[in-house]
Design a binder for this molecule. Structure first.
Ligand code: HEM
Length: 531
């Protein structure tokens, strides 16, 4: 791009920014200006009067007053911004959603910018959406940002696509890989891969030094995922590997951010530059994966070849022309999404270690549990099969998941339906308030404090029904078992070998409401254990 067009572009962006800021300021002042607003209850009132006077008929039948009253209550919606300003002033928007629960009950209707939404609070109503009426609510938001992040088509994405036969097939194809059964061949393979990767990385950690935890765990997770799903191990020093891990992490951070532009599309041009950057990062990931994990596997695949890993399953599906038809291009997006799942585990682990380093007594209990198992079995490393004998370590993972309280990816109604008896129109965006399920004082004692014991009863791990950090139903997380297995192995093996300690003056508070951690995160002091 020449210099003139760059100048033009930046000056038009500046003008756009100024106009948008002016517009937003004006909109925020609207209540003070006492403009007329669109409020559901007022519309209801008007309709009631209409029915009372002339007996109107809508659609296929009469709408009775009783049916109209099934519209959910909610805050005031202002022109253009809707109820967006209600989310101001909270550390996590879901805290505002919990407030709605207190004020309006389990189902709150509101407009966010141009998007009609409902917020669902409480496990009964959330299960109604995810399970009982799962097929009414299995679409995902159609944010322009998601389209741009996945090469112009969000259907390429496993997590942001709408439900379809292709999505069902993609999920079915993943199950044997992401949910390996205990003691199965894949389970054993995963165990060997993870343990080897941890040993390799721990070999680089020197006693008495300071370690940046994020690159360490991301490397372990990335190479474990690449080997397990694609039978390819990177040299950790390979520049392509470093770039792959970095790019995935930056995209993971991006998709986990909420933007006002999702609801106010006129703000999207402000993100154009960043979205272009994401597009470039995604292209680089594609190139690296084609050069390394894929190589010439697609061309070499022939009749009679037996699938050995997830890459083979995808190639086989495409080449054998199995239904529903899957283009190789689409299959590659699925592979990238799954290999990219390592960022979720890595970021989660950074936060889990953030809690552990603040609670030396928790660290000691994990170490004691690990030492005990190793002594009993006469081994040097913790295996995945040891999970059953290390309930405290499992409880630490659950407690970290609870406190982080990352959101359930929003759903969208694909047809007119009802939640908790309230009418929900097709295309309504559904927020399921997982934050409240994880943090409500009605559900947990001292919800703000880190107490792994809350998940233990008589030495066994017990998960309450209302604890659903991975969602539920037909759009539930495809990676929760991988998360549980890898987190267990990495926490147990790392703390078996080292004690981590905070560095004076550093801030170890764990940001909540999202899994993603910024690129620069915690450093720990590590000392080797004599065992
Ligand atoms: C701490 C780690 C993780 C957490 C807390 C988490 C949480 C979630 C949640 C809440 C959902 C939405 C569920 C719903 O809509 O009902 C989801 C979806 C999904 N997750 Fe995870 N996840 C994690 C790790 C992973 C990993 C490691 C992978 C890949 C191996 C993965 C793959 C997916 C996919 C593909 C979906 C979309 C499923 C669909 O829409 O059909 N996740 N996850």
């Amino acid at each position: 791009m020449d210099r003139v067009s760059v100048t033009l572009l930046s000056s038009s962006s500046t003008a756009y920014l100024m106009v948008s800021c002016f517009l937003l300021t004006l909109l925020m002042l609207l209540p003070e200006l006492k403009q007329k607003v669109f409020v559901r209850s007022e519309v209801l009132q008007a309709l009631r009067q209409l029915i009372g006077s002339v007996g109107v008929t809508f659609g296929s039948g009469d709408i009775t007053e009783h049916e109209l009253e099934k519209l959910a209550p909610g805050p005031k919606n202002y022109p253009i911004i809707g109820a967006l300003k209600e989310l101001n002033g909270y550390e996590v928007p879901y805290q505002a959603f919990s407030e709605f629960g207190q004020r309006y009950g389990p189902v709150t209707a509101l407009r966010l910018g141009s998007v009609n939404a409902v917020v669902v609070n409480g496990i009964d109503s959330i299960k109604e959406v995810l399970i009982n009426k799962g097929q009414h609510f299995d679409s995902r938001p159609n944010f322009r940002r998601y389209q741009l992040l996945f090469s112009g088509n969000k259907e390429n994405s496993l997590a942001f696509c709408d439900w379809s036969e292709v999505q069902k097939a993609r999920r079915d194809m993943l199950v044997p890989h992401t949910f390996p059964r205990n003691f199965s061949g894949r389970f054993e393979e995963l165990n060997t891969i993870v343990v080897d990767e941890i040993s390799h990385m721990l070999g680089t950690v020197r006693d008495g030094t300071t370690v940046a935890i994020k690159p360490l765990v991301l490397s372990i997770c990335a190479n474990a995922f690449s080997q397990y799903f694609g039978s390819y191990r990177f040299e950790v020093e390979d520049e392509r590997f470093q770039q792959l891990v970095r790019n995935f992490d930056q995209i993971f951070y991006e998709v986990n951010q909420g933007y006002a532009a999702d609801f106010l599309p006129f703000l999207l041009p402000l993100h154009r530059q960043n979205l272009r950057r994401m597009d470039r990062l995604a292209e680089e990931i594609r190139t690296i994966i084609l050069e390394t994990i894929i190589g010439d596997r697609y061309e070499r695949w022939g009749e009679g070849s037996e699938p050995c890993d997830y890459v083979d399953s995808l190639i086989e599906h495409v080449k054998a022309g199995r239904g529903p038809a899957l283009e190789w291009e689409t299959a590659l997006f699925a592979l990238e999404d799954i290999v990219g799942g390592h960022s979720a585990v890595g970021n989660f682990l950074v936060k889990a270690f953030g809690y552990i380093v603040q609670h030396p007594e928790v660290q000691q209990r994990i170490q004691a549990e690990a030492d005990d198992v190793l002594e009993r079995h006469g081994r040097q490393v913790i295996e995945l099969t040891d999970r059953a004998e290390m309930p405290y370590t499992e409880a630490v993972i659950m407690e970290a998941l609870r406190l982080i309280a990352s959101p359930i990816v929003p759903h969208v109604a694909n047809q007119d339906s009802q939640i908790g008896g309230f009418t929900v129109a097709k295309d309504t965006l559904i927020f399921l308030n997982n934050y409240d399920l994880s943090m409500s004082p009605q559900l947990w004692d001292a919800p703000e404090s880190f107490q792994p014991e809350r998940f233990l009863q008589q030495g066994r791990v017990v998960k309450p029904d209302f604890f659903i950090p991975f969602g539920a139903g037909r759009r539930s997380c495809m990676g929760y078992r991988m998360t549980q297995l890898l987190s267990f192995s990495i926490i147990a093996n790392l703390l078996r070998a080292y004690t981590i300690a905070p560095i004076e003056g550093q801030d170890y508070r764990v940001p909540v409401g999202s899994l993603a951690m910024p690129e620069q995160s915690y450093n720990f002091h590590v000392s080797a254990r004599n065992c």
